[in-house]
Design a protein around this ligand. Structure first.
Ligand code: HOZ
Length: 431
């Protein structure tokens, strides 16, 4: 990717009129000490930048592109829906169909409301949890990221962690004080918090597979423990499945683990690449929402017909193609190629993967929480990232982000990626 003159020019122009030149901080490539490239188009598993470089993409627009970029079924659905009007602000049939699909697929969801982003979904879920329990405190885990919600931008992951600012300026301390931050995978810390503050805690919110500090897994029994302790103290358990929902399985982590939260936040895959989020859960809790209940939540574009048509088309296509089983097969081949590459360079770096989500941590230590991720060799990661990009493979530009495989990743893509990973590891480790 030696030719990037147009991207450089666009980035310079962007920085004059957009803060940091980007509309979301993680896109600024600061974790890898560089500048972003600008995309001109994306199709299947490949993206092309404005300078004409072609890349195999493992970011997939940060998760939504589970079928690959711009799949025909999604384009057709958008086109068809658009001909009938792009927004109504009044109920439309897509909303009922999407709600029914979510209720049928996601084990804990009995009722669901559509919003426009994952941030809106988690923000609304915690307001609802507070309104329902009449308590104010929320427990979140260090390194989990739930969008840029005030009360949750405390010890956050993703771009906040990448840029070394896990606590955001501009969040009133009165809000942050209502958030109890604990390390992930440490049940004794949760016990202590409930023993001290149990009657004030409205909910625990977590990514059941934290995917904004790389990709971290709960230790055996941890999710079950969180379910039990929240029930015992009358607090709610909220799963943020914005990244994992419809991605790791049809019904998300809750389907894979059998642990049932009270509320779930969804996003990404559900919108087929258009801006969509949703939150749902127990009917008795969801009925606390206006207009039936006292917790207010609203949105002019919520349930937008184009976005829901795109999401429905994507989800139905995944089901038609038995997509999750196929993704597991592609993910296995990808993991094998990566393990071979690691063997070739004599490294025991940890590859965490579930289906089509993965993270290669530049460390051989076990990853239990964000403190372990902070021990990675970030310099080697940075050199690896650029060497892979140079060879035409785009991985997430931060050690704190997960990667995504799509159904469009072909055998050739996976074979080529294995070659590139080997070469990039060699380059990264030779310095
Ligand atoms: N959750 C996404 C990545 N971890 C967010 C992407 C972004 O912040 O732009």
């Amino acid at each position: 990717m030696s030719n990037h003159a147009l991207s450089q020019k666009l980035y310079a122009a962007a920085r004059e009129v957009i803060p940091g030149g980007v509309n979301s901080p993680v896109r600024a490539f600061r974790n890898v000490d560089g500048e972003p490239f600008f995309v001109s188009r994306a199709r299947g598993s490949h993206i092309w930048d404005v300078d004409g470089n072609e890349l195999i993409d493992y970011v997939g627009t940060w998760g939504p592109a589970i079928l690959g970029h711009a799949p025909a079924v999604v384009l057709e659905a958008i086109n068809h829906a658009a001909k009938a009007g792009v927004s109504f602000g009044i109920p439309n049939p897509h909303e009922v169909e999407m709600a029914r699909l979510i209720v049928d697929w996601v084990p804990s969801v009995e009722k669901v409301r559509m919003v426009n982003s994952g941030t809106e979904a988690t923000m609304s879920a915690i307001r609802l949890a507070r309104g329902f329990t009449k308590r104010d405190k929320i427990i979140k885990f260090d390194g989990c990221y739930h969008g840029h919600v005030d009360a949750l931008l405390v010890a956050a992951g993703s771009g906040a962690l990448t840029h070394g600012k896990p606590d955001s300026a501009g969040v009133p301390s009165a809000f942050a004080d209502e958030t109890i931050v604990l390390p992930f995978n440490r049940p004794e810390e949760v016990e202590k918090a409930f023993a001290a503050e149990g009657e004030n805690i409205a909910a625990i919110i977590l990514e059941p597979y934290p995917a904004n500090a790389g990709l971290v897994f709960p230790q055996a029994g941890y999710l079950e423990f969180l379910r039990e302790i929240t029930t015992k103290y009358g607090a709610l358990l909220i799963f943020d499945e914005v990244m994992t929902g419809f991605r790791v399985a049809k019904g998300g982590v809750q389907e894979l683990t059998g642990v049932t939260p009270d509320l779930t936040a969804l996003g990404k895959v559900i919108g087929g690449g258009l801006p969509v989020g949703a939150f749902g859960g127990r009917a008795d809790i969801m009925d606390y929402l206006a207009p039936d209940g006292p917790v207010y939540q609203a949105g002019t574009l919520s349930g937008n017909p184009l976005a829901l048509a795109a999401g429905l088309a994507q989800l139905k296509e995944m089901e038609r193609q038995d997509g999750w089983a196929r993704l597991e097969a592609i993910g296995t081949a990808f993991a094998q190629g990566t393990m071979n590459a690691l063997e070739a360079v004599g490294k025991n770096y940890r590859l965490n993967r579930v289906g089509s989500m993965f993270c290669l941590f530049f460390t051989d230590r076990e990853i239990a929480n964000v403190d372990d991720v902070k021990q990675c060799d970030f310099d080697a990661f940075r050199r690896f990232f650029w060497a892979a990009l140079e060879e035409g493979v785009y991985f997430a530009p931060s050690q704190y982000e997960a990667g995504f495989i799509s159904l469009a990743h072909s055998e050739q893509d996976i074979a080529r990626t294995a070659e590139v990973v080997t070469k990039a590891l060699k380059a990264a480790l030779s310095q």
